[in-house]
Design a protein around this ligand. Sequence first.
Ligand code: 6PG
Length: 226
Amino acid sequence: MSDVSLEVVANPARACAERLAAQARAGGAIVLTGGSTSRGAYEIAADLEPDWSRVDVWWGDERCVPPDDERSNFGMAKAALLDRLAAAPRSVNRMESVEQYAAELEGVGTFDLVLLGLGPDGHVASLFPDFPTLDVTDRDVVGTPAGLRPFVDRITLTLPRLRDTRELLFLVTGADKADAVGRAFAGEPSRDTPGSLVRAAYGPTRAILDSASSAKAVSATGTSSR
Ligand code: 6PG
């Protein structure tokens, strides 16, 4: 039985957006992900709840590019979510450098919701398979070269900091992710698949999937769908 609750849905972006909007209403600290899958969820979340004034927004990882570069995770979330809100978040904590982000995180407690994507190689945030960054336990933030496209240097939260949350939510779609989904959510924890190493320390870990990405995980674990 998986320790991740797998939810195979017809509209993953919508399901994820509903969770984001609920957290925006409840307030707290939300960690956003980069990548392309979350963009649709951000757009819908802004429509569902345009008032984010009760939340602090963080990122799990960033590419080392200017904020207006099309590869920037901050830039993507700004266009898809932040710029569409009627009331801005209480704070927006962009990753600019390892030192700056570590300083901003100092004294910040457990996150309320961490959103993560999953790479086809099984990476999460910018923690790539078998990279030494997977062993870092004494810091919240590290720099790393990229293990996958786009090949620009990255900044990422470490495994312990990603786990320090009341809920962890993966959003994964597409047949090219089916192997990684199987390994991350229905296999043994392994450095080959960083997604198998991240679970919420203080609450549920959930994965919102489409049927294509779930093909190698659901038969092994069972699932709920809506
Ligand atoms: C990044 C990420 C990364 C992403 C996955 C999934 O900066 O690249 O935060 O971990 O979430 O690679 O990305 P896609 O949604 O584009 O497949």
